[in-house]
Structures are given as C-alpha cells and as structure tokens.
Ligand binder design. Structure first.
Ligand code: GLN
Length: 451
C-alpha cells in the first residue's frame, strides 16, 4: 500500500504507463498467508516491483511505449515476469521507456518522456533525462517508487540509465534470461536484467529472473547460480583490467576522476590493477548501429496492422495501404530511422558493405575481450561518457545520442555480463556510474566487484 501510494504521488515523473496496484497487493496477500501458515518465504515474497513495458504481461496492456501497440493486451506472460511472480513478487505497474527500447534518454516514448528525480545543484531546475531505454525503471527505483524494476539491455539500456540515476543494474551474459515474451528489438543482443538500489538486491532479483527456457532457442541450458549467497567484497587475487582504448578523446575530467576512484576502491579491496588493450573498441559503436537496426527492421516487420494493436484502414484502402498507414502513424521517428537504416544495410546491394562487415567487426570485438581475459578477470570502465544531460539537449541530434553508448555497446556485442554501480557525484551533484565487465557467465565476479 505504501509503494502504491508513492507511485500515485509521483505522476509528475511519468515513470508508469499502467498502474497495477491490485497485482502488487495480491502478491503481498499471498506472502502474508504463507507466513501465517508457517511456510518458508519465497525469495521475493510480496516484494512490489516495476515492470518495463517491453515485457508482455498477461491481461495487462503492453505497448513498448509505441503508439503501434496501443490496445494490445498480451494473452500470455513473458518468461522473465512469470519467473518473478513465481518467486513471490508483485507488480506495481508497467514502466515507461524509449519506444521499442531505442534510445538513451527516454525521449522516444510515444507517451511522453520520463523525468529523472535528480536535479543539478547549480544551474536551475531543468528536468534531466533518466537515461534510456529503461528510463521508467531507473527513475522509479531512484525515486523509491519500487525497490527494484526490470530492465532490458541491448546496447546499454540497463547500465546507462542506472548510472544516470545513481542506482545499480546488471545485464547478465547473453542467454541467461529467456527472451520469450519480451518484445524483440535486436534479438542477438537483447538481455533482461534487474535494476535496484544496490548490488545485493540486483543479485536477488537476477536469481529469480534467470534460468533456462526451452521456448527461447538462445537460452543457456545452465542452472542459476546462488549469486546472493556467493557475494563477497574480498577481491584478493582478482586482476582488474583497465582498457586503455576507453580513454576516449575529450573525456570530461570528472569521468577520469570517477574511473581513478573506482581503480582505488578495487585496489583497496585486494585486487591487482593491470592495463589491457581492446584494440577494436572504436569500431564497436558503428558496428552496433548497423547490427541493431538490421535486426530491428526484421523484428518490427510484424507490426502490420493485422495482428497487434493499431490498425489504420483508410476509406477504400487495400492491404498495402493499410500496412503503410498503420506503420506511418504507429511508429515514432527514431523507430522509423532504425527501420530505414536496417533495411538499407540488409538490402542486396549493400549487405556485404555494411552488414557483413559489421558482423566481422563484432567477431573482432569479441576476440579483443577473449585476449584481455588472458591478462585479467574483470574490466573496469566508466558506464557513460557524461552524467545525465538535460531533456532536449541531444534529442535533435541522433549521432550525439548514439555516442552516449560508447562504453556500453562493446560488451553487448560480445554478450558479456556487465554492471553499472554508483561511483559518486559530479560537481553538479549528479550521479556517475562505474561499469564492471566480466567473462562469459561470471556474473558472480561482476557482482562481487560491484559490491
Ligand atoms: N541506446 C541504445 C540504442 O538506442 C541502446 C538501447 C538498448 O540497450 N535497448 O540502441
């Protein structure tokens, strides 16, 4: 009831697209009844969480923050959300996001942007971006509207919003969380993960979310480790790599300071610090912005006015007219931009020049990491090249927006687990995030360094 009331009192943040107070209360009732019956509590017994609107929830409107899915009520539950309900959690509501998870500021939502609960201590009261695409999740957790929320990360959408709002978030190894029932953006990159107040809460939530699922062909057939029980802040014997190529030109001094602070913390915890090289880093962003749109253009072909949500059927129109009208009306500008880039790079004349090249670059980036693991166990880097920017500051310039993903996309392309944890505040009093990247399946190492 307290969380439902907080959610209601925070409408100005625009974090929730749909509120489901009864869902949260029902989970609390089940937890109470189990306690009264003397049963051992489930790991998330009665915990009310926020659900990013990319996860299909049975009987609860799901739009991916796009007009094209308005009116769509899924007849099924996503694997990740079902896993959370099975662990005892309840849902406060569906969280706003960048449309189809495309964006870094939440400004591509068809239902208005989310606002970060943070303000600069200098320079007035300009509303700040909560990051994206999981900006409803970051804003809601940062404003304490929920103890945890789900996010998805294709190229940084859990880590960058976590960094912008001073919370923690982890993207597990690709394949840890089932993608079944999660609305697809770029299938070879999409991963679900938790966003919460601290590392321990992330470990608890991720344990509930992860697990093999036969319905997702890329799901890893592995048991879920006991990450929470395995938490340890002792990093003795761990080698932490500092990738020198992440020292990009024009990196603000406060990001340098943050990074050095992180290095000092990890050294104090017993780790050995080593410099490593990831030589193909500078090609990661261009490769990502070919591969992700290519997959998106294919995944989004299904929104044709026939099967889901919106249908625009002009007077006397034929089938093609219906497709065109529905898609023109239903998709936002950024989504259309991605579809156009994606169909272009996949077209017969340009496939080899763009898509095939990008796939080769992806392999080189993955090999960079494999080589780095010979010298270190984990990598430490900033999560984003800046603190939260003002809403509107980058929305007219897609390239400036894409550049914000420079530190998060390489590990996405390589499918590695990566986490953002709060690293301190900048001169304006805004949070900055430190990123820890791990070997495949080493979520435990990532969480421990984050702790
Ligand atoms: N900002 C990146 C993009 O727009 C990443 C988004 C994401 O991880 N879903 O593609």
């Amino acid at each position: 009831e307290a969380f439902n009331a907080r959610v209601d009192a925070a409408d100005a943040l625009n974090a929730f697209l749909v509120k489901t107070p009864d869902h949260a209360l029902a989970a609390a009732d089940v937890a109470d009844a189990a306690r009264a019956a003397g049963e051992a509590p489930k790991p998330l017994a009665g915990v009310p969480i926020g659900m990013k609107d990319l996860f299909c929830t049975k009987g609860v409107a799901t739009t991916a923050a796009s007009h094209i899915l308005e009116g769509f009520v899924p007849p099924y539950e996503s694997a990740v959300s079902q896993n959370l309900w099975d662990a005892g959690a309840g849902m406060l509501g569906k969280l706003n996001m960048d449309q189809f998870a495309m964006g870094s500021s939440n400004e591509t939502s068809a239902f208005g942007n989310v606002i970060s609960p943070w303000r600069r201590k200098d320079g007035g009261n300009a509303p700040l971006a909560p990051g994206g695409s999981s900006g409803g999740s970051s804003s809601a957790v940062a404003a304490r509207l929920c103890p945890g929320a789900t996010g998805t990360d294709t190229g940084g959408s859990i880590r960058q919003p976590a960094a912008f709002t001073g919370i923690s978030g982890i993207k597990p190894t690709y394949g840890r969380c089932s993608r079944w029932g999660t609305i697809a953006f770029a299938s070879s990159l999409d991963q679900a993960g938790p966003m919460a107040r601290d590392v321990r809460d992330c470990a608890i939530m991720l344990e509930a979310m992860a697990g093999f699922d036969v319905r997702d062909a890329t799901s890893l057939q592995l048991d879920v480790p006991q990450w929470e029980a395995g938490l340890s802040a002792d990093l003795k014997g761990k080698r932490i790599g500092i990738p020198k190529e992440y020292r990009v030109d024009g990196m603000p001094a406060e990001i340098e300071t943050l990074w050095q602070q992180g290095i000092d913390w990890l050294r104090d915890a017993g780790a050995e610090i080593v410099e490593v090289s990831l030589p193909h880093t500078k090609y990661a962003l261009p490769a990502y912005y070919i591969i992700a749109p290519a997959e998106a253009s294919s995944n989004l072909a299904r929104y044709d006015g026939v099967r889901y949500g919106l249908r625009d059927l002009p007077e006397g129109a034929g089938l093609q007219d219906m497709y065109a009208a529905t898609r023109a009306d239903g998709f936002g500008d950024e989504v259309k931009r991605r579809i156009m880039i994606g169909t272009y790079v996949l077209s017969a004349g340009f496939y080899d020049a763009y898509y095939t090249q990008a796939q080769k670059v992806r392999t080189l980036i993955a090999r960079d990491f494999e080589r780095a693991w010979e010298a270190c166990d984990l990598l430490l880097a900033p999560t984003a090249p800046s603190a939260a920017f003002a809403l509107g500051e980058k929305s007219a310039d897609p390239i400036a927006m894409y550049l914000n993903d420079v530190f998060t996309v390489p590990s996405s392309l390589a499918g590695l687990p990566a986490m953002s944890v709060p690293g301190g505040l900048d001169a304006a009093g805004l949070p900055l995030g430190l990123q820890i990247i791990g070997k495949p399946l080493d979520e435990q190492g990532v969480l421990n360094a984050g702790l």
